[in-house]
Design a protein around this ligand. Structure first.
Ligand code: BG6
Length: 485
């Protein structure tokens, strides 16, 4: 249930994440009447700004303001917003923020007070901010709830993540903490539970007996343009594989949870992740884009250090040592500056027994997360006519067609609403993060040159499918292109 008298405090309110994701998501919830009664939103950041200025910035990314109804709603939404300027390290600023919050709460009818702190901030200030919030802005738990929402990067390897986690934990309990991985808010990722466990036909084929290999692919058609400074410190594996793609993998492969309760789901995710050993070098392929088609290469980005060997493309193969998945390769691959925007899961099934059919295409189940959400199954079908010839065909569940009247919510809308409800199912638990880092830390240390020479990534042209070596890499794990069938 939503709590009345809630204030959502967006820290880092003048930054990119808040402007592009957090505030538009809050508006979307507002216009669908999903915000709690009397909810207020307070922006907080270092930049000094007048209220009007903040209002303008806070709503600049809201789409559809050209229609009169939305424009009116935006005006009404602005009434919920106030802004406080202050630093992140000094406690004075937070005393000031607290005063502002108390003023708002002074107008509430009942004594109940709930505060949700959304940290749209760089990780360098996570610790001082969580400390200051706890010490200066925490409401007495007898009067209401306090929650803190934080977002990756949670450290750079196992040790730094543990340090960060335990520092934040000094102030905020696990129950009060909501760690966002926004892929968990995506419609198709949320659908995995239903697709797998509400369909006996799927459940029955979901193992090493039927499945040959799985690919989870993330493709972006743009480079790091302007964001190279941040990116170069992290690289593709930390930016996307270790969190977003691994989260998808864990839901795709976990055992059936006993209920929808957050801890039941997260227990199963942790269990399957614990069955994955650290990634081996030979199961890894790294790439970096170079200038092509009039587009700049990674090293041409002025925010990137010259000679950087940071991977902008990475493919890694993971193995799950449990009875369901022993021997099935799970290939995670992600790249920037590729030929298209696409995120998909591709499950390739094994060959049918040869005999009456020869060289027949394999079944594939494709779950497209974005864009244009869809689930389709490649099936062999007899071509109509007076002969028996099989052709690869498709059973197609494209969301735009099947659910044309429904708007698919943005991941951030879904997650903020979950946090308002206090539901942790789609947030990352501390032990999940720990095991995710265990899987990736050795390979990351190798890439960082911590135990030997730094590996040089393969080049690929901006706008291509990635390094040309990738096709052989995938083949090595048994993936067969339909055309090869
Ligand atoms: C972020 C990464 O976490 O996810 C970005 O830092 C990436 O580099 C983004 O572009 C992708 O998110 P989405 O929702 O656009 O697929």
């Amino acid at each position: 249930k939503l709590k009345d008298n809630t204030i959502i405090i967006v820290l880092g309110a003048s930054g990119d994440l808040a402007k592009k994701k957090t505030l538009p998501a809050l508006f979307a919830l507002y216009r669908q009447s999903f915000l709690p009664k009397d909810c207020k939103i307070v922006g907080y950041a270092r930049t000094k700004m007048e209220k009007d200025d903040f209002h303008k910035r806070a709503t600049s990314y809201i789409k559809g303001t050209e229609d009169a109804e939305t424009a009116n709603q935006v005006e009404a939404f602005k009434e919920l917003l106030t802004y406080v300027a202050g630093g992140y390290e000094d406690s004075e600023s937070f005393v000031n923020l607290n005063k502002h919050l108390e003023e708002i709460e002074g107008n509430y009818q009942s004594k109940e007070r709930n505060r949700i702190f959304y940290l749209a901030l760089p990780p360098t200030v996570f610790i001082p901010v969580s400390k200051n919030l706890k010490e200066q802005c925490y409401v007495n738990p007898k009067s209401g709830v306090n929650r803190i929402i934080i977002e990756k990067p949670f450290g750079k390897d196992l040790d730094s993540a543990r340090e960060l986690l335990s520092s934040v934990k000094q102030y905020w309990t696990e129950d009060e903490t909501f760690r966002i991985d926004h892929y968990l808010g995506k419609e198709m990722v949320k659908n995995l539970l239903v697709l797998r466990f509400a369909n006996i036909a799927m459940s029955a084929a979901w193992d090493k007996n039927s499945i040959s290999n799985v690919q989870i692919t993330f493709k972006e058609p743009f480079g790091t343009e302007g964001r190279g400074g941040y990116f170069d410190e992290f690289g593709m594996i930390r930016d996307v594989l270790q969190n977003h793609l691994l989260q998808v993998l864990s839901i795709l492969t976990m055992e059936r949870p006993v209920s929808f309760a957050a801890e039941d789901i997260r227990d199963e995710k942790v269990k399957v992740l614990r069955a994955i050993p650290p990634i081996e070098r030979e199961d890894t392929l790294l790439g970096q884009y170079v200038a092509a088609n009039g587009k700049p290469g990674y090293l041409d980005d002025s925010t990137v250090p010259p000679n950087s060997v940071c991977p902008t493309f990475a493919a890694t193969t993971l193995w799950i040592h449990n009875p369901r998945w022993e021997g099935v390769p799970f290939i995670l691959k992600a790249g920037k500056a590729l030929n298209e925007a696409k995120v998909e899961i591709r499950i390739q099934f094994k060959d049918v027994t040869q005999g009456i059919f020869k060289d027949i295409a394999r079944n594939e189940l494709v779950i497209r997360l974005q864009p244009n959400e869809a689930i389709y199954m490649k099936l062999n079908c007899k071509t109509p006519g007076l002969h028996t010839r099989a052709v690869p065909s498709e059973m197609d569940l494209t969301y735009k067609r099947r659910f044309s009247e429904i708007k698919i919510p943005e991941a951030y809308e879904a997650l903020i609403l979950d946090a308002l409800h206090g539901d942790h199912s789609n947030f990352v638990r501390h032990d999940e993060l720990d095991v995710a880092w265990k899987i990736f830390t050795p390979i990351l240390h190798w890439i960082d040159g911590k135990n030997g020479p730094v590996p040089k990534p393969l080049s690929y042209p901006y706008g291509s499918r990635g390094p040309k070596e990738m096709d052989d890499f995938i083949k090595k794990y048994g993936y067969r292109r339909m055309a090869d069938a």
